[in-house]
Write a protein that binds this ligand. Sequence first.
Ligand SMILES: Cc1cc2nc3c(=O)[nH]c(=O)nc-3n(C[C@H](O)[C@H](O)[C@H](O)COP(=O)(O)O)c2cc1C
Length: 438
Amino acid sequence: MVSKPDLSIDFCGVRFKNPFCLSSSPVSNSAEMVAQAFEAGWSGVAFKTLNSDRVPIIHPSPRMNAYHYDNKRLVGLQNVEQISDRPLKDNLLDMLYLKKHYPDHIVMSSIMGFSSAEWEYLARVSEDNGADMLELNFSCPHMTVEGSGHKVGQSFHLLEQFTAVVKKVVKIPVIAKMTPNITDMTEPAIFARQGGADAISAINTIRAISEIGIDDWVPKPNVHGIGARSGYSGPAVKPIAIRFIADMAKCEELGLPLSAMGGIETWIDALEFMLAGASNLQVTTGIIHYGYRIVEDMIEGLTDYMAEKGIARAQDLVGAALKNVQETDHFDLKRQGITSYDLDRCIGCGQCYIVCRDAAGQALEWDSAERRPKLVEDKCLSCMICSFVCPVTDLITYREMPQAWERRETAVMDSSLEKELKLAKMGAIEDAVKGCVD
Ligand SMILES: Cc1cc2nc3c(=O)[nH]c(=O)nc-3n(C[C@H](O)[C@H](O)[C@H](O)COP(=O)(O)O)c2cc1C
């Protein structure tokens, strides 16, 4: 037990009093809003992406769609919002205000230029107006201005070039924000590092269509009869975001600190991203759903967890799970198991029986008098889908079965025998075809 765990964390040589920051979006749109967030406990902000005033920014209306699934509201959020539509001067004054009144909080200026000169200009004025760090937005998936947003994030040489342009004119750390709308994020991240980036942040929103109106046939948000492929965020994207972070954290060639976002709502989400290698965390959709106050639970939850586990410094959590993140060929296939049922707690709903019959090993028999499942151990695939649908928590659990392996081994032998037979058959066909051609 640690009495007072230290939540502060170093990210690119900058000290954050905890890992929790606002990400660049409507939640970080003005000094007034960010000040409220700092008061609530957030340690830093990536300010809503600045624009240079040269290109007028007009947001579509309406600009978001909430994807509700069953009883869970806002599982995902789709948005077509552009970068900041506020005058650059106002945004810069806001940053000055924040640094003056909250000197121990961190302000990252998120910028997006539409030419090298603009990237350079926005970087300079951000540093001159107090920004502690820069975040280069290479990743918005629905910018209406040609040659910007995720199109830059997908053109690796351009991304490297713009990073280098910015690095030349500022002294503060530079973070490159990646688009998830690619296959392998380590590739563009390495290009950003070659351009001089000090860190990588990810993920921006995933290009998606969350819903199509079934009466008007228009994807949502329905902007007066037109829908668009645009950015998707929130809890639905979290598994994809963690995978991208782990990929980059494991990439030795990259070797840069990571700021993570994508579906963080609770201290457990936050912890998972840290274990996967992130030393800084950012949030938007969670705040859109619940407000700035969620940071209180994040701070309390992480503190209690660390105290209980005897972890003194949040920094020690960063990347702690990476040694356990492997490819599937590392699995020990000799270790097999089956499901185990605590039938005293069973309510007799029969859902386990239905899914095992229709989608698994047909390993359950149904005692209709008692309304209870009965496992035929030999047929159980240990896929665990019965436990996924069981309404009673932990009634169905996994049990390792050393003797089960013998059965699986026979199955594997059977299937390799089958393979050999197939190959023999294919050989015979090939010979026959060859004979025809000859
Ligand atoms: C309405 C909205 C506007 C956003 N605007 C920006 C932006 O201006 N710049 C940027 O880098 N990211 C922007 N984002 C992306 C977020 O910063 C963040 O990367 C993404 O939403 C994933 O995090 P989340 O699941 O916590 O929302 C925006 C997201 C939303 C939902």
